[in-house]
Design a protein around this ligand. Structure first.
Ligand code: ZN
Length: 144
């Protein structure tokens, strides 16, 4: 049986079919007030109107607003586990895990979306999740 890549949850992000392609978060945009949300919604939280949200793809680039480093991680998560709120360039503030070393973390750091294997299921399929990683090395390595 062919092994597949399966999203940890449907409707949150796209899984690129080749490494050169960018992944996207699946969000929504209100066609009345232009509010952008992630995850996608059917009711606009600003207008309180139903069926005004259109599905859109968000490029997943943003900056770290604040973060927390956890040394007691949930099963399946590496320790330390870095969790952050990210202000996406597209608008929404989202929660996510950061794939980098603790010493490289910085508030205001630019991050991008990355889709990675979280675990394998019993059939060997790769269960994929989304996280964020620094866009470029932070340059802190030159610090002594
Ligand atoms: Zn709205």
């Amino acid at each position: 049986m062919e092994k597949k890549q399966i999203a940890i949850e449907e409707g949150l992000f796209t899984i690129p079919d080749s490494p050169e392609k960018k992944p996207y978060l699946i969000g929504s945009k209100c066609n009345i007030c232009s509010l952008v949300t992630f995850p996608k919604l059917t009711v606009c939280p600003n207008c309180a109107k139903k069926d005004v949200m259109e599905e859109i793809q968000l490029d997943g680039e943003g900056t770290i607003d604040t973060y927390s480093v956890t040394y007691a991680a949930l099963p399946g998560f590496k320790i330390p586990s870095i969790q952050a709120y990210i202000n996406l360039n597209a608008g929404p503030r989202v929660w996510g895990l950061i794939d980098c070393e603790e010493q490289d973390l910085e508030i205001g750091m630019k991050v991008e979306l990355v889709i990675k294997k979280f675990k394998e299921d019993t059939n060997g399929n790769e269960i994929m999740s989304y996280l964020f990683r620094p866009c470029k090395p932070s340059g802190k390595m030159s610090r002594s």
